[in-house]
Ligand binder design. Structure first.
Ligand code: MLT
Length: 408
C-alpha cells in the first residue's frame, strides 16, 4: 500500500501567495469591470537590464551553432559566473569567499527550501515570526515539527519580530541548532546592523548552531553602513550559509538564477560529535538532484557584473526604491506606522486591524492587492506588506486609490 508523507497534512491547504491569488481571482470574476493593481507578491515588472538581454541573446546564438553549443553544464554553475560573484559580491567587500564555495541554482526559494535536507531530523529549528513561509513549510514537510496549534508548529522555536524590537528578533532564549535569518527582511523590510548581526554570528559560534542567511534583497540596501553579506562579519564562514538571487536584483523572477554560498569552513556535527564540513554534502546534493541553470541564463546573470550591467541594475533597483518611498510616504500620510521601504522594497504597515480584513478592504474598495501580515505568522497579525515591485504609474494610482478609500 502506497502511503503518503503525513507531515504534508499539517500544512495549511494553500501556500500564502496561492491563497491570495485565489482570493484575487474570485474577486475579479465577480467584478470583471474593476482594474486590479498588484502590490502583493514581490514580482518584478521592469524589463531585464539591456546588458543581460544582450548577453542572453549572444548565448542563445552560441547554442545555435555546433561549434559553440553547450550540453549539460557544470552541476555547480559555470566558473565564469561563480568567479564574478566571488570577486564582486564577496572579495570586494572583504569577505573571504572562493569561487568553488558558490553553487548556482534556479532560485533562493529552492535553495532555502532544500538546504534543510543536509541536517539531522532531530535538530531544534529557530524561525522568525513574521517570516517568509518557505523556511517553516519545508521543515514541516521534512517532519521536524509537531502539529500546528493556534497558527504555530510544535517543536519550532519562534523568534518574534515586533514593533518593540523593530522587527529584529532577540537571540533565542533556549538552545537551538538551525537559525533562519533574512535581511533586508521579507516581509517586514527591516534591516540589521553589523553589530546586531555579529551577535547572531557569535551566538551560532558559541552554541554550535548554524545560520541560513537569506540575502535575496541586499541590492536594495542604500545605507552603506549596513552589511550586504553575513560573511562581512568575522567568523561567519564557519557558521553560516548564505543565499542570494538575481530575481529582485536584476529582474530574473521569470528567468531564474540565484546562488548559495557554502563555505568549506562551515561545519555541522555528526552523531559522534565530530565536526564535518557541509560543503561536500551540499555538493553531493546538488550533483544528485540538480542539473544546473541553463547556459544563456548564466551568461545573462554574468552580465550583471559588467560595468554597464552594474549601472543598469542600480537604475532598476533605484526605480523600485522610488516606488517604496512613495508608498511609505502615502501610508505615513494616512497616519499608518511603517517599517521598511528605505533599504528594502517591502513596506510593512501597521494597519491597526485584522490583516485579512484590511487586505479585503483594500482589494474590494481600492482594487489594490497587498499581502496580509498574518500570512507570515502570528506576529504579522495587524500588519500588511506592500510591495514596491510595480510600474511607477501603477504605484501612484494605487496610492491615490488607497488615499481616496481611507483618507476621509
Ligand atoms: C514574496 O513576495 O515574498 C516573494 O516574491 C516570494 C519569493 O521570492 O518567492
Amino acid at each position: 500500500m502506497i502511503k503518503l508523507n503525513e507531515h504534508y497534512l499539517k500544512l495549511s491547504a494553500n501556500y500564502l501567495f496561492s491563497e491570495i491569488a485565489k482570493r484575487v481571482r474570485a474577486f475579479q470574476e465577480a467584478h470583471p469591470e474593476k482594474e486590479i493593481i498588484r502590490l502583493g507578491i514581490g514580482d518584478v515588472t521592469r524589463a531585464l537590464p539591456k546588458a543581460c538581454i544582450e548577453a542572453f541573446h549572444a548565448a542563445v546564438d552560441e547554442m545555435g551553432e555546433d561549434a559553440t553549443f553547450k550540453g549539460y553544464g557544470p552541476d555547480y554553475g559555470y566558473d565564469f559566473l561563480r568567479e564574478k560573484i566571488a570577486r564582486d559580491d564577496y572579495q570586494s567587500r572583504g569577505a573571504d569567499i572562493a569561487l568553488d564555495e558558490i553553487f548556482i541554482s534556479d532560485g533562493a526559494k529552492s535553495d532555502t527550501a532544500n538546504i534543510q535536507e543536509i541536517f539531522a531530523h532531530d535538530i531544534k529549528v529557530a524561525i522568525p515570526d513574521p517570516v517568509y513561509p518557505v523556511y517553516i513549510d519545508t521543515n514541516v514537510m521534512a517532519g521536524r515539527t509537531g502539529d500546528p496549534e493556534d497558527g504555530r508548529y510544535q517543536g519550532i522555536v519562534y523568534l518574534e519580530g515586533t514593533k518593540a524590537n523593530g522587527f529584529i528578533p532577540d537571540l533565542p532564549g533556549e538552545p537551538v541548532d538551525l537559525i533562519y535569518l533574512c535581511f533586508p527582511n521579507n516581509p517586514t523590510g527591516a534591516v540589521i546592523t553589523r553589530e546586531a548581526l555579529k551577535r547572531w554570528v557569535d551566538y551560532a559560534r558559541e552554541n554550535k548552531a548554524l545560520i541560513i542567511y537569506d540575502a535575496a534583497y541586499e541590492a536594495f540596501l542604500r545605507d552603506e553602513s549596513l552589511p550586504h553579506s553575513i560573511y562581512e562579519i568575522e567568523g561567519a564562514t564557519e557558521v553560516a550559509i548564505e543565499s542570494r538571487s538575481f530575481s529582485k536584483t536584476a529582474g530574473f523572477t521569470g528567468t531564474r538564477c540565484a546562488y548559495t554560498v557554502v563555505p568549506k569552513a562551515c561545519t555541522a556535527f555528526d552523531s559522534k560529535g565530530g565536526r564535518q564540513s557541509l560543503h561536500p554534502l551540499w555538493s553531493r546534493r546538488m550533483s544528485t538532484k540538480f542539473n544546473g541553470v541553463s547556459y544563456p541564463v548564466q551568461r545573462a546573470a554574468e552580465a550583471v557584473y559588467s560595468r554597464e550591467g552594474k549601472l543598469q541594475v542600480r537604475a532598476l533597483t533605484d526605480a523600485y526604491m522610488a516606488n517604496a518611498g512613495l508608498i511609505r510616504q502615502a501610508m505615513n500620510g494616512l497616519g499608518f506606522d511603517c517599517v521598511g521601504g528605505i533599504n528594502s522594497p517591502y513596506i510593512w504597515v501597521d494597519c491597526r486591524m485584522d490583516s485579512w480584513e484590511f487586505f479585503e478592504l483594500l482589494l474590494t474598495r481600492a482594487g489594490v492587492v497587498t499581502t496580509p501580515g498574518a500570512g507570515f505568522g502570528r506576529c504579522g497579525q495587524g500588519f500588511i506588506r506592500i510591495s514596491a515591485f510595480n510600474k511607477r504609474e501603477n504605484v501612484e494610482k494605487a496610492m491615490a486609490r488607497i488615499q481616496q478609500t481611507l483618507g476621509g
